[in-house]
Design a protein around this ligand. Structure first.
Ligand code: SAH
Ligand code: SF4
Length: 395
């Protein structure tokens, strides 16, 4: 089968509608405009709607309130009306594991009973929440555990920002009303590096991250939010324009031949096309540099020649290279490069003038590391045919 005959990987088929026609509407995840519309549709006078949205956003996202009755700057009658038509709902925590190193891994349940994983990684000067954008993934990167799981569906914007709210609940980090302690937060950074390909769920990821960045929302600077993509080229420019967060790219190889095997989306958008899209990202998004993620796989992509090629390829792009020692999972077809090899590779990159931190695997004892996330309830493996179809290969 040629590429044109292959079913395209679409980003909206599996998204459930945000506004349920019947039953109470969840306010979590609605954009300002969407919330304004639903308030007006439920009787809020148009002139007041904008102000009400701001007030409700503050209660929900700044103070963590889930009960309309507690929204004391709204009239009692209005609070009662809200409670009749709306709910404030976030995913439910099914289980929580805490690693010896303090990393927390949560399994959360979303509507329909599916589960996704969320990981909180405390560090000295910051705390990073790794969130998911899809249940499973349509892509099939051969070193990634999530890639062996079928895509079940895209998460809604409410389910994406809901993961952040869930973690703030668990960290007990909702400020007292009025306090705005943005500095020194336990949850200070967000990375979209959990399950799923965020750029195949663009609108929902964008709307959720807008709430994360909004001054009346979660109030995190866009510099503290990093979106990681395997390389969905057509959406990269949109990410710069419509989200403006930091971008990380799952690069992982320095030749098309190897990248085709590791990150099959490369067969659709190869290194040249990808690098072209990346070149304009920092300027358009006004971000400083792009993070190149590079998983270290023994004997596959970890030679000195790879390191030199990598430097040549990214020349001219403001970049940081993040070396990730491969996190093994049962049945994985690769091994982690040795520490000496990783160090030698890092040295070459460092000597070329790039920051090249080696990512310390965190939460290894609870399988919380990058690429190990996979929900226990979604064990179905993709068939070979599906994998090939997903990668736009087919036969
Ligand atoms: N789908 C997005 C984001 C999720 S994966 C993407 O692919 O970028 C987050 C990062 O973990 C990616 O760089 C991914 O390539 C990497 N990763 C996946 N499996 C891994 C593994 N077993 N060991 C180390 N890194 C892995
Ligand atoms: Fe999907 Fe990212 Fe895993 Fe690739 S690395 S299968 S894109 S989650």
């Amino acid at each position: 089968m040629t590429m044109t005959q292959t079913a395209p990987i679409t980003q909206d088929v599996l998204t459930i509608p945000r506004k349920m026609p019947e039953g109470p509407i969840n306010l979590v995840g609605l954009t300002r405009e969407q919330m304004r519309e639903v308030l007006i549709a439920h009787g809020t006078p148009e002139k007041q709607a904008r102000m009400r949205v701001g007030q409700i956003w503050q209660w929900i996202y700044q103070w963590g309130v889930r009960d309309f009755g507690e929204m004391t700057n709204l009239s009692k009658a209005f609070r009662a009306e809200l409670a009749e038509s709306f709910v404030i709902e976030i995913p439910e925590v099914v289980s929580k594991q805490v690693s010896e190193d303090g990393t927390r891994k949560y399994l959360v349940r979303i509507n329909g009973g599916h589960e996704v994983e969320v990981v909180y990684i405390p560090e000295d000067s910051r705390g990073t929440l790794c969130i998911s954008s899809q249940v499973g993934c349509t892509l099939t990167c051969s070193f990634c555990h999530t890639g062996t799981q079928k895509l079940v569906r895209n998460l809604t914007a409410g389910e994406i920002i809901g993961q952040v709210m869930m973690a703030r609940d668990d960290l007990n980090e909702w400020p007292e009303q009025g306090a705005r302690n943005v500095e020194g937060r336990l949850l200070s950074n967000i990375v979209l590096m959990g399950m799923g390909e965020p750029l195949y769920n663009f609108e929902n990821v964008r709307d959720a991250m807008k709430i994360a960045m909004d001054a009346e929302g979660i109030q995190l600077s866009r510099r503290r939010i990093t979106l990681s993509t395997s390389g969905v080229v057509p959406e990269i420019a949109r990410t710069a324009q419509e989200i403006g967060c930091q971008l990380a790219i799952s690069f992982h190889a320095t030749t098309d031949e190897v990248r085709d095997r590791l990150v099959p989306i490369n067969r659709k958008w190869n290194l040249e096309v990808l690098l072209e899209a990346l070149r304009s990202y920092p300027k358009v998004s006004n971000s400083e540099r792009i993070t190149f993620e590079y998983v270290m796989l023994k004997g596959v992509n970890d030679s000195d020649a790879d390191a030199h090629r990598l430097i040549r390829l990214i020349e001219g792009i403001p970049a940081k290279i993040n070396l990730i020692p491969f996190n093994e999972w049962p049945g994985a077809p690769y091994e982690r490069s040795s520490n000496n090899r990783i160090r030698a590779f890092a040295d070459i990159i460092y000597n070329a003038g790039y920051a090249s931190p080696v990512r310390t695997p965190r939460g290894e004892d609870i399988m919380a590391a990058c690429g190990q996330l996979k929900s226990a309830t979604e064990r179905a493996r993709k068939s070979r045919r599906e994998i090939e179809a997903d990668a736009g290969l087919g036969d």
